[in-house]
Design a protein around this ligand. Structure first.
Ligand SMILES: [Zn+2]
Ligand SMILES: [Zn+2]
Length: 334
């Protein structure tokens, strides 16, 4: 029985209905009937051909659904169980990094909708070890964005040495940023939100920020110097990095999780003075994913979502392109 999806056949063209025969169900695989799938900016990069031209692409990697079939060696997931699948749906399981549990940096990573067909569909077949049970407290609509946006912001906060006494800045209040503010706040950190839209101040504070800096206001940036230990940058544009590095206290880290397309120009002195560092964050490991879902359920981290039916995928994508989704668009199957 073929799966029914929506595929991009060439860059910048609307998606079209697309049927394909699923690959054979491997020993460790599960088949998932998809109920929800969030839209991430990475989906747009893939569909626009920014990251390769291996069309057709079925995008979608914030998948929630229920297990409908399982391979012979799958024992930890039950038929009918609700699970989620994010950006990564496979790794080698044997390299140094996989053995250490840092599966998200495995060089043999399989990307859910770049290396195979993704979640804008009715079903998906995938490695069960990358299908994560969803805690009961989370609704499917709110859980979907956690599978990519959530793990992308949670993992750096949880694994790069941030402590509850730290002061954390979050640049950008969108799909990623609004979750980053909530996670950092619930971890006990004092949170500063940065945005180019002053009208987002009240919402940023409702997510847990105690300070708001209008990032186009140089006076506000200057006043915030030497006040943060960790900055999470969720936007995908180049900024005045020197100004942001000045906001950090000694040993502070600037972590980049937004896919900035251009080179980042950093004066070496801005790193040397105060021993500051810049690093990237790339989703999170399997263990961190499980931890993040439990944390979100326990502490009430809630993704703000807008839903649209799956068949309106083109309309939904346009809203995301226009930055009109507040804050995460989630497609729902009938
Ligand atoms: Zn994503
Ligand atoms: Zn590996």
């Amino acid at each position: 029985m073929p799966y029914h999806a929506y595929a991009g056949h060439q860059a910048h063209q609307p998606l079209e209905p697309f049927a394909y025969d699923p690959p054979p169900l491997g020993e460790y695989d599960v088949e998932i009937k998809i109920s929800h799938c969030g839209i991430c900016h990475s989906d747009i990069h893939i569909l626009d051909g920014d990251w390769g031209d291996n069309f057709p692409y079925v995008a979608g990697h914030e998948i929630i659904g229920t297990v409908t079939q399982r391979g012979a060696l799958v024992t930890h997931l039950q038929i009918g169980e609700r699970v989620g699948v994010g950006w990564q749906s496979g790794s080698c399981m044997t390299c140094e990094w996989c053995v250490r549990g840092e599966t998200n940096v495995c060089r043999h990573m399989i990307a859910t909708c770049q290396d195979r067909f993704g979640g804008f569909a009715d079903f998906i077949r995938t490695d069960s070890r990358y299908a994560f049970p969803i805690p009961e407290k989370l609704t499917s609509e709110n859980a979907a964005p956690l599978l990519c946006a959530g793990i992308t912001v949670y993992s750096p906060l949880a694994t790069f040495g941030v402590r509850s006494s730290d002061r954390v800045g979050v640049i950008g209040i969108g799909g990623l940023g609004h979750l980053g503010i909530q996670f950092a706040h619930k971890m006990g950190c004092e949170v500063t939100a940065f945005s180019t839209s002053p009208d987002k101040e009240a919402e940023a504070k409702s997510f847990g920020a105690t300070r708001f800096i209008h990032s186009k206001d140089n006076d506000q940036l200057r006043a915030g110097r030497n006040s943060l230990d960790f900055i999470l940058c969720t936007v995908n544009v180049n900024l005045d990095w020197r100004a942001y590095l000045r906001l950090l206290r000694p040993n502070g880290q600037l972590c980049i999780v937004g896919a900035i397309p251009d080179d980042m120009m950093i004066p070496a002195g801005a790193l040397i003075s105060g021993q500051k560092s810049i690093r990237g964050g790339s989703i999170g490991s399997r263990a961190t994913m499980t931890e993040m879902l439990a944390f979100a359920a326990h502490h009430g981290v809630v993704a703000q979502t807008e839903t649209m039916p799956m068949h309106k995928v083109n309309e939904a994508l346009q809203k995301v392109r226009d930055n009109k989704a507040r804050y995460r668009m989630v497609l729902v199957n009938d």
